[in-house]
Design a protein around this ligand. Structure first.
Ligand SMILES: NC(=O)c1ccc[n+]([C@@H]2O[C@H](COP(=O)([O-])OP(=O)(O)OC[C@H]3O[C@@H](n4cnc5c(N)ncnc54)[C@H](O)[C@@H]3O)[C@@H](O)[C@H]2O)c1
Length: 669
């Protein structure tokens, strides 16, 4: 299909003539069949909800088809309306429309549905098993049509994938406002999602799926690199680096597959156990892991040699992680850093495999005897924790990497609780690393996409960002010097590490000043005609965007970690300070009802208006979270907010006074 036909298809929206029915493509990775959760009456409602997009004369053809989809897959995806053109982020000028901002959003939507990027592209799922961009193909078509028609005097309103419509607004307002999965708090249990989603009235947007800001695996590579590097610093006795040190972990799946690559960038030896041979082979063929080993003795020999020669090498062990922890304990192979990234947010349906069973045996058992499978998982978790404890006793630094390992191990009765019976023995990566070292100072996963689609533009933006950071590093205070240096190293190596999948995108951890200065420099380069337009954004997993008590806000200790004021304030504040689009989601990463997270997108087009917007919005987008972290009395954040107030006289934040905790204790004696 050429560009003209593509544009015509977009502008058509809902086809006036029914397209031919599509066959179910077995070559593509599909979403699993969802739970059959609706009653008969609710199924009728789900059908009516789906049919309201179409004129009555289509209903006789579509109703039985949609019912079949609902019965077969647990959802109505409206496969028939999947477009025939190739799905990918086209250069911005290939999109039809009247608003450049709207075109940039179309580009980002298509990137999230690109077959090379999306996990289940035909079910409109970008990542995480259920991270949806839309609930069905008609919502996609209608949204693209609205975007192709709208002007900068309108705002498109998105309710969980459903385009409610265009409403009059003004050029400084967001072009799109997205909400995903927002429900009345008492109706936020996992089965509520299953039901609302099956009815077609809500969706799980994950973090960057339903907000059109996913940039493939490089986002997680950078975050994991920063985590491993800083974990290394925590164990360094004399400021030495990670050379010759061993990192042991598990999982080579969607996100976890980033671990070996990140470990190599951080400069250590890594062993990542993966029970699924196919997953391990995929990561090996992609160059994300260097070597595959299937035998435990061979693994011990290889690791011993790598330690002796201080090699930087990533090894995948095809097998169960518990066997590796236990074998290394018996053989006295010292593990410097340990973690786990199996999918323990989903322990009973294939996220975590019991020891002693093959992958096939497990898959069979979880379907035919789920109770026995659950028992096996829990027994394995106890063994897993015991082996980790044995290593920790020898000095291993173990951290939870946001996959609910400690939570599920504790539920299984494993010995992972601290002496106070409330906390875990081991920290989460946000409590020990990401929170105090990055988020409290405002460092977070800033990202950008070159809307021209030109790889040369990305190279130029990498150079611009590097120059800005190098300039800033000359006068950085000691507290953030290390972060600045890490990010300069990252951006210098970014091209060589070949991280782009899908759109021409880059991630770079930066603080408020860094984000503003890099964005300002991009805008100037666009104005000078050196590069095309650039879309700015970030992961929701950031300083201010996410309230998530066991992850992003786990290092908030004033009792406010179960509140979500920060994320809500953030999205409201971004929306009137110049974001091109904003989003706020229930769920993401840790599960429905467990987190509220928000984000933004902003088109830089080289204009003075973009310059004004980027400064105002990025300043708020980071300092909101720093002020909350500071109010919770996090030391780094108190430092960062005081520094921000010095730089910007209009910023006046309530700063906490010192507390004499020992005196308070005396009142309770
Ligand atoms: N910290 C973060 O920033 C962050 C980011 C994304 C995801 N996560 C969490 O990390 C987890 C993994 O995410 P993912 O997308 O990679 O999931 P995934 O399901 O694609 O991958 C997990 C892998 O672990 C393997 N596995 C399971 N049990 C095993 C065992 N006992 N031994 C060896 N291998 C085993 C599976 O075969 C699978 O390939 C999730 O719980 C997710 O929520 C954390």
């Amino acid at each position: 299909m050429n560009t003209q036909e593509f544009q015509k298809d977009i502008q058509q929206g809902i086809p006036t003539v029914l397209p031919a029915k599509k066959s179910y493509d077995l070559e593509i990775n599909h979403a699993p069949k969802r739970k059959d959760i609706l009653t008969k009456e609710e199924k009728k409602l789900a059908l009516q909800n789906a049919l309201r997009y179409f004129p009555l004369e289509f209903h006789a053809a579509l109703a039985p088809e949609f019912l079949e989809e609902l019965n077969t897959f647990g959802r109505i995806y409206m496969y028939r309306f999947r477009p025939d053109y190739k799905m990918y982020a086209r250069p911005i000028n290939e999109y039809p429309g009247k608003s450049e901002q709207a075109k940039s959003i179309m580009l980002m939507i298509q990137n999230n549905l690109d077959y090379a990027v999306a996990q289940h592209p035909h079910e409109l799922i970008t990542y995480g098993g259920n991270g949806a961009v839309f609930q069905n193909w008609i919502q996609y078509r209608l949204t693209m049509k609205y975007l192709s028609e709208m002007t900068n005097e309108q705002t498109l309103v998105m309710y969980s994938g459903h385009p409610m419509g265009l409403f009059p607004s003004h050029p400084e307002a967001p072009r799109v406002v997205v909400t995903n999965g927002m429900v009345i708090p008492n109706y936020s249990k996992p089965d509520d999602w299953e039901k609302f989603n099956a009815l077609g009235v809500s969706q799980y947007g994950q973090m960057t799926a339903g907000s059109y800001m996913y940039i493939g695996p490089q986002g997680i590579v950078h975050g994991t690199t920063i985590t491993v590097l800083n974990a290394g610093r925590k164990i360094a006795k004399n400021g030495e680096d990670l050379s010759g040190k061993l990192f042991l972990t598990a999982g080579l799946g969607g996100m976890s597959g980033a671990q070996p690559k990140a470990a190599s960038i951080a400069g250590c030896i890594s062993v990542t156990a993966e029970i699924n041979t196919k997953a391990a082979q995929t990561r090996h063929s992609q160059g994300w892991v260097d070597e595959l080993i299937t035998d435990l003795d061979a693994l011990c020999e290889r690791v011993t040699a790598a330690k002796k020669n201080k090699e930087i090498v990533s090894i995948a062990f095809i097998g169960n992680i518990v066997d590796v922890w236990e074998k290394f304990d018996q053989e006295n192979i010292y593990v410097d850093l340990g973690s786990d990234q199996t999918s323990l947010h989903n322990p009973w349906a294939g996220g975590y495999y019991p020891v002693g069973l093959s992958l096939e045996e497990s898959n069979e058992m979880m379907a035919t005897n789920p109770d026995l499978f659950k028992k096996n998982v829990q027994q394995t978790l106890v063994r897993h924790a015991n082996a980790v404890n044995a290593h920790a006793g020898k000095g291993t630094y173990f951290f939870d990497y946001g996959n609910a390992f400690l939570l599920e191990a504790s539920r299984a009765g494993a010995n992972v609780m601290a002496a106070n019976g409330i906390d875990f023995k081991y920290p989460s990566y946000v409590q020990d690393i990401m929170g105090p070292m990055c988020f409290d100072y405002g460092f977070g996963p800033f990202r950008w996409v070159c809307a021209s689609g030109d790889s040369e533009d990305l190279q130029k933006t990498d150079l611009i960002a590097c120059e800005v950071l190098e300039q800033m590093a000359k006068t950085s205070p000691a507290e953030i010097r290390q972060q600045m240096a890490d990010n300069i190293t990252w951006i210098k190596g970014a091209q060589e590490n070949k991280l782009v999948v899908g759109s021409q995108a880059r991630i770079l951890y930066a603080d408020a000043e860094g984000r503003m200065r890099i964005a300002e420099a991009f805008n100037k380069a666009i104005a000078a005609g050196e590069i095309g337009p650039v879309v700015l954004g970030r992961d929701h997993h950031d300083v201010s965007g996410t309230d998530s008590p066991f992850r992003e806000t786990s290092n908030i200790y004033d009792g406010s970690k179960f509140t979500a004021d920060m994320a809500i304030q953030n999205v409201i504040g971004d929306s009137f300070r110049g974001a091109t689009w904003v989003s706020i989601h229930n769920g993401g990463g840790v599960g429905w009802g467990e987190v509220i997270n928000g984000g933004f997108g902003m088109l830089l087009d080289g204009t003075d208006a973009a310059d004004r917007r980027l400064k105002m919005m990025l300043h708020w987008d980071v300092n909101n979270g720093i002020s909350r972290r500071s109010w919770a009395r996090n030391e780094g954040a108190v430092f960062a907010i005081k520094r921000a107030m010095k730089a910007e006289p209009l910023l006046r934040v309530t700063v906490p006074e010192q507390i004499d905790a020992a005196y308070i204790d005396t009142l309770f004696e």
